[in-house]
Design a protein around this ligand. Structure first.
Ligand SMILES: Cc1ncc(COP(=O)(O)O)c(C=O)c1O
Length: 441
């Protein structure tokens, strides 16, 4: 089995030069956790500018769904590049955007006519959902969750409640948003245990929030990640979405699923909400949808997406290249990759559970499909977050040629491309174990 090859110190000489240049010219607001300067990618493998080869279990933050530079995706982009690069779907029609909208409408769960709006990113997809929810309901208030990440534009940022550094000095944000606890059962905000809790966190919305501070009939939408991503790859318990959606429906509130990270097949289903048997009113997708080309989409029933011409648009949103990349990506997902996500996700999950048996610092293992995480603790009883160990493990893994990223306060996520093989999962697990052993023992 192919393994990473690290031939230089990290960063290597070429990487060092580029990082120095980056420090002079690139915005310092980016959060680079380790000094990877990527040069080429193929499948799960990334070569840096010094020729070092890494096994990528980040897929560019859950974006390269089909692996780096999948030949079918590259071919689709090249073919489109020769025909038409841009014409702006805001003012003109072109085939790739229309065909992709038709495809997304067919894929999105739920009966009846559906429509798609296109932007360039996850934040733009969420932003569009935010505006549509206000436009359609003519209501001003919204509900979102602590730990949520919905993006960094002012509207999406107002819904985000992940880290204060993302919000510091940007206030005032969009008013009228109330954040509530997510169903993070490993660290329940109410100190209860599922299923004995009877989904207290859901019923609290109706019994307390709507009774005391937030008039339900003024709420436009509840924005929720089916599985919380940046917040820690948190999978809510069965019934959470179903019960919450029921409450939303009772008061005419839209249930908006932010599938930007968990959607497009990553969990083994096209949309993560399908695991919970719930049909969202509005869906936001991005990241994995176009295998690396910038694209965000917001999908809703035609009766909800009934805003007037000029009410929202984007010059570049849904450009021909991104739409063709998305069509090729979706074809690959439907053919085999979603099945592979389930299969390899189970292998990864089993491997992580084995590690948990041997290493006390792995407090929790969670996820669905190829959206998996471990939460690191100093002590399983107190669950004291091992945030410093988390960073050291990620850096050790990098030094050994495995790319992983953090999520939540003290978790590490595994979000490889859906093309990952059993052998690649095993290499990841063995390197990860070495890193954990060196830090936590
Ligand atoms: C769930 C979720 N929504 C929205 C976003 C924002 O996406 P983008 O960075 O493409 O704007 C992210 C990005 O991590 C995300 O995970």
């Amino acid at each position: 089995m192919k393994r990473p090859q690290i031939k230089t110190s990290l960063p290597g000489p070429q990487a060092k030069k580029l990082i120095k240049l980056d420090k002079s010219f690139v915005s310092p607001s980016y959060t680079r956790v380790y000094p990877l300067v990527a040069d080429k990618g193929k499948g799960l493998w990334i070569q840096d500018v010094d020729g070092n080869i890494f096994l990528d279990f980040t897929s560019g933050i859950a974006v390269n769904a089909t692996g780096h530079c999948h030949p079918q995706v590259v071919k689709a982009i090249q073919a489109q590049a020769k025909r038409l690069l841009h014409m702006s779907g805001t003012d003109f029609y072109y085939t790739p955007q229309i065909k992709l909208a038709e495809k997304l409408a067919a894929l999105a769960p739920g009966r009846g006519a559906k429509r798609a709006y296109f932007g360039n990113s996850g934040a733009e997809a969420v932003e569009a959902a935010f505006k549509l929810a206000r436009w359609h309901t003519k209501r001003e208030l919204n509900i979102a969750f602590f730990g949520a990440f919905h993006g960094r534009t002012m509207g999406a940022l107002s819904l985000t409640a992940s880290k204060t550094v993302q919000k510091k000095h940007y206030n005032p944000l969009v008013p009228g948003i109330t954040h509530i606890p997510y169903a993070y059962c490993y660290r329940c905000a109410y100190n209860l245990t599922h299923p004995k809790c009877g989904l207290y966190c859901v019923h609290w919305v109706e019994d307390t929030l709507f009774r005391t501070t937030v008039p339900a009939e003024e709420v436009a939408a509840i924005f929720v990640e089916p599985i919380q991503g940046e917040g820690g790859y948190i999978v809510p318990p069965p019934g959470f979405h179903k019960e919450l959606k029921k409450i939303a429906k009772k008061y005419g509130i839209l249930y908006v699923a932010d599938e930007v990270q968990c959607g497009m097949g990553r969990t083994g289903k096209m949309f993560a909400m399908e695991h919970f048997g719930v049909t969202a009113d509005v869906i936001a997708v991005a990241k994995g949808i176009a295998s690396g080309l910038p694209l965000g989409a917001m999908i809703a029933p035609a009766k909800i997406m009934n805003w007037e011409a000029g009410s929202h648009a984007s010059t570049f949103g849904g450009n021909p290249l991104s739409c063709q990349a998305a069509m090729a990506t979706i074809e690959l997902l439907e053919n085999n990759l979603m099945k592979n996500a389930t299969r390899q996700g189970q292998r990864l999950f089993k491997g992580l559970l084995e590690l948990q048996k041997n290493y006390e610092c792995i407090g929790d293992v969670r996820g669905k499909g190829l959206m998996a995480a471990v939460e690191l603790v100093k002590d399983r009883e107190t669950k004291a977050p091992a945030t410093d160990w988390r960073s050291r493990i990620i850096n050790k893994a990098f030094a050994k040629g495995l790319l992983v990223l953090a999520c939540g306060e003290n978790s590490i996520r595994f979000s490889p491309s859906l093309t990952v093989t059993a052998g690649e999962v095993d290499v990841c697990l063995s390197i990860f174990e070495e890193a954990v052993k060196e830090v936590a023992e």
